[in-house]
Ligand binder design. Structure first.
Ligand SMILES: Nc1ncnc2c1ncn2[C@@H]1O[C@H](COP(=O)(O)OP(=O)(O)OP(=O)(O)O)[C@@H](O)[C@H]1O
Length: 285
């Protein structure tokens, strides 16, 4: 599907199939098109071309039946009620809600049922928004940068809730520009940049795709030019006796080093997802 805003192609011929049960991270720098993509999936925006199907139908139908839910980034909470009252009210509007006790447990709100909404911390409020999205027992949930405003601890607690939900066999799509979040919490990482998918796979595959593994060895001879000729090696950096080889095929490089009898203090460090991300999008994340 494609969505333009004036001259900007916010989403550019993007095609994504999400099987049930997957946790997918939509990873991309600012302005990559993540929010636009999610709003298209929710039917909040109409695509200029292409179609969105959720469970074989229009997003509106999936939302009305409670099978699709989303969590707002902010707002959406009524004050002067308690957590329990608000959840109870929202739950009552669904035909087949998730039992309240389960909603509370998944979102980690058991201790806060009697707390007034306006007294919640940022992290607790975000877990309440998550709980509200869970109330109708959706099969698919869309989270647009759910942890954007949270500190490290609240972020971890939020992801624990998300995991508890995913563990019920549910499907989750979340957007983030936190590389570690995509790495740690998603089964699949879809990297988007300027509205297009630039990579799609497990975080392991994405790291391998840009193959930035570094193989380091101690070399006694000052001459290191031969290292550049080893299989897989793209560049060599020498610091004193230490040579750092960037390679797209660590296995082949290490094997060749071994054949040359040059394996001393061997160290193999795979690329961080951050490096992969920068290499893929050219973004300074
Ligand atoms: N309502 C709008 N009117 C005009 N341009 C828009 C509108 N919404 C988004 N855009 C533009 O579309 C592009 C994609 O924006 P989008 O918000 O989808 O990106 P994003 O990946 O969610 O970014 P962020 O991480 O900053 O939230 C950007 O260039 C943005 O300026």
């Amino acid at each position: 599907m494609t969505k333009r805003f004036g001259a900007v192609r916010a989403v550019d011929d993007l095609s994504l199939d999400i099987p049930a049960g997957q946790t997918v991270a939509l990873l991309g720098p600012n302005g990559a098109g993540k929010s636009t993509g999610i709003r298209l999936l929710l039917g909040l925006l109409a695509a200029d071309s292409g179609t969105v199907r959720v469970f074989g139908g229009a997003p509106e139908t999936a939302i009305r039946s409670g099978r699709l839910a989303a969590m707002p980034q902010e707002g959406g909470l009524v004050s002067r009620t308690t957590v329990g009252e608000l959840l109870g009210f929202v739950s009552g509007t669904y035909r087949a809600p998730l039992p309240l006790r389960e909603v509370m447990a998944v979102a980690g709100l058991e201790e806060l049922a009697g707390r007034r909404v306006e007294r919640l911390s940022g992290g607790q409020a975000q877990r309440l928004r998550f709980a509200l999205a869970l109330a109708g027992d959706p099969e698919l949930i869309l989270l647009d940068e759910p942890t954007a405003a949270l500190d490290v601890r609240a972020r971890r607690e939020f992801w624990e809730s998300m995991r508890a939900f995913a563990a019920r066999g549910r499907t989750v799509l979340f957007s983030t520009h936190y590389l570690e979040e995509a790495d740690e919490y998603a089964d699949r990482v879809v990297v988007i940049d300027r509205g297009r998918i630039v990579a799609d796979g497990t975080s392991r595959e994405i790291k391998r795709l840009v193959s930035l593994t570094t193989v380091s060895v101690t070399v006694s001879a000052p001459e290191t030019a031969w290292l550049e000729l080893l299989p897989g090696v793209t560049s060599v950096e020498s610091r004193g006796e230490r040579a750092h080889l960037r390679t797209r095929d660590a296995d082949a490089t290490v094997l060749a080093l071994a054949e040359a009898g040059a394996v001393r203090d061997l160290e193999v460090v795979p690329a961080a997802l951050e490096d992969a991300f920068i290499a893929l999008t050219g973004a300074d994340a």
